[in-house]
Design a protein around this ligand. Structure first.
Ligand code: GLN
Length: 296
């Protein structure tokens, strides 16, 4: 019996139509091409050059299942199991946050400030709450000879991060540890960086359904009345374990820029710089600590 097939161009029209009540047409179209490239290694240009290309019946079953899941607002990155961050491929799943463009900006900032330093090659870097490993791995990839360490409380997240390090051919030492229960980092680091959970429960309403329903809450949320809990702890550890001239970097909650600066000033951190992301929100911060005496 001859199997039926479907013209890809026609399927595309239907796919976009079915998604447009939920996503705008541009986004729906971008999903289509992302999946086409990932599943069939075909690009937009291939479809233009070969308008008669078809999907087999089996392929349509797969596409329809993806379409259904997109309708339920499951992020396309989880459906494909991968995303790209700072030009590198990362495996992602429900145990890790999908890396965000804001976090790429933080990586860019760190790399920029390293460039000007002569001694930048042999530095030691620690990423706290590494998740998919996106920060640690992109720093390892771009700072040759840096020794990179990464901590996460979630074993499942670390398994994903390890795969990502292998796939990107970098050496990162992963440590399964709860930072809130850590008393001493035991070693000195030249850079400590963290994108810890920072979304307050009171901000839940602002969070999109696709994030809320699918991404790990462990990596996102903090209590309203103790929103800076991770930053306080990490800054305390940094006071002891940041090397002389070492630098601390944070991704932060856009509404808590001032509170973050106050906190770090009180703890006697120096040269505190607050930066906005491409959307104009206070999103990242860097500082260093010169003196070790004035702890709170
Ligand atoms: N920026 C992420 C979001 O908006 C939150 C990341 C985090 O809590 N560290 O969902």
């Amino acid at each position: 019996m001859k199997k039926s097939s479907f013209k890809i161009k026609e399927y595309r029209t239907q796919f976009i139509q079915e998604l447009t009540p939920i996503y705008d047409a541009g986004e729906a179209e971008s999903f289509f091409y992302l999946i086409l490239e990932e599943k069939h290694q075909l690009k937009r240009i291939d479809l233009a050059l070969h308008p008669d290309l078809v999907f087999s019946e089996e392929e349509i079953v797969v596409w329809n299942s993806i379409l259904e899941q997109l309708k339920q607002e499951i992020p396309v990155q989880y459906l494909l199991g991968k995303t790209s961050f700072y030009g590198l491929d990362f495996e992602v799943n429900e145990n890790v946050l999908i890396p965000r463009p804001e976090t790429e900006e933080l990586v860019e900032w760190i790399l920029e400030s390293q460039k000007s330093k002569v001694e930048s090659q042999n530095i030691r870097i620690l990423d706290i709450g590494t998740g998919s490993g996106c920060i640690a791995i992109s720093l390892a990839k771009n700072i040759p000879n840096a020794q990179v360490f990464a901590i996460d409380v979630s074993e499942k997240a670390l398994a994903t991060a390890k795969t990502n390090a292998e796939n990107n051919s970098v050496n990162v030492t992963f440590i399964n540890q709860n930072i809130l229960e850590t008393e001493d980092l035991r070693q000195q680091f030249d850079i400590i960086v963290s994108n810890p959970p920072y979304v307050r429960n009171l901000e839940k309403e602002e969070i999109k359904k696709n994030v809320l329903d699918n991404e790990p809450h462990l990596a996102l949320f903090v209590e309203d009345n103790d929103a800076l809990i991770f930053y306080k702890k990490i800054a305390e550890l940094a006071q002891e374990n940041l090397s002389k001239n070492g630098q601390l970097y944070f991704e932060i909650n856009q509404y808590l820029g001032k509170e973050m600066v106050d906190l770090l000033e009180k703890m006697n951190f120096k040269n505190i710089q607050l930066r906005k992301d491409i959307y104009g929100n206070d999103r990242m911060l860097s500082c260093h600590c010169e003196e070790r005496s004035n702890r709170i």
